[in-house]
Design a protein around this ligand. Structure first.
Ligand code: SAM
Length: 237
């Protein structure tokens, strides 16, 4: 998979993609990441990427022309039709389901806004407008890092064991993952649940399923159907 990110601050992202799972995936040639400075796609001597908003108001808006040129340049480098995504607080909410869909693509272009945002006409060259949550960041770079990391780890081969990915929260259903424990079995009086030490795979699976439901009920009850499977089971005693 190839990911191209267009930003006025490519240096913010460079180190992030050099290490960890993504760093290893890049070294193995499974994921290619290209960072582009939006200013390189300006044509004036001041490399101006922003201007005042029409209709007045505070702050500056990123101009459309450099984004159009950047996307045209990137498209000329690749021979597949990429998904072109504007990171925006006004976008559709990015979820694990969308990440799974994007992981099947050969190429993704991520466009990062700044200041008051991006000229709305940029959406004409985009296939998607995505938000990473109902809050406002100062720029799209952190959102681009979130989307890239989340999608890249779903590309086959990036995480050694596919099973790890499939056991993550949200992978197959809208459910948080179960709690995890490792050695030692007891630490400062805090014991690992006994069932996990038994080696009984059926019981371990049952424990994990129930613990995942309990955690979801506690932290994200909005994810559960109503009435939730846990409430139903509890009701049955
Ligand atoms: N005025 C904009 C609004 O009301 O939606 C906010 C602009 S924000 C300060 C600057 C840039 O940060 C946006 O253009 C976008 O690229 C990025 N951004 C902010 N919040 C985001 C979010 N929740 N998800 C994705 N990108 C976000």
């Amino acid at each position: 998979m190839r990911v191209d990110i267009v930003t006025i601050f490519p240096q913010m992202l460079a180190g992030f993609f050099d290490v960890g799972v993504i760093g290893a995936a890049r070294q193995a040639g499974l994921v290619q990441i290209h960072l582009h400075d939006l200013r390189d796609f300006t044509t004036d001597k001041h490399k101006q990427v922003d201007d005042r908003p029409y209709g007045g108001g505070p702050g500056m808006v990123l101009k459309p022309e450099p984004f159009f040129r950047a996307v045209e340049f990137i498209k000329s480098q690749i021979n597949v039709e990429p998904r072109v995504i504007l990171l925006s607080a006004q976008g559709k909410l990015f979820t694990q389901q969308i990440a799974k869909e994007l992981a099947k693509e050969h190429a993704i272009i991520l466009l990062c806004g700044r200041y008051e945002g991006v000229d709305e006409r940029v959406l004409h060259i985009c296939t998607d407008e995505l938000s990473i949550g109902d809050y406002v960041l100062s720029g799209g770079e952190a959102a681009a890092a979130v989307v890239t990391e989340c999608v890249a780890r779903l590309v086959p081969g990036v995480i050694g064991k596919q099973e790890s990915v499939e056991h993550d929260s949200f992978y197959t259903e809208k459910l948080l993952g179960p709690p995890q424990y490792t050695r030692p079995p007891e630490f400062r009086g805090l014991r690992v649940p006994e069932v996990l030490l038994t080696g009984d795979h059926k019981k371990v699976e049952e424990f994990r399923r129930r613990a995942a439901l309990e955690k979801t009920l506690k932290n994200r009850p909005d994810l559960l159907p109503h009435p939730s499977p846990l409430r139903k089971r509890r009701g049955k005693g």
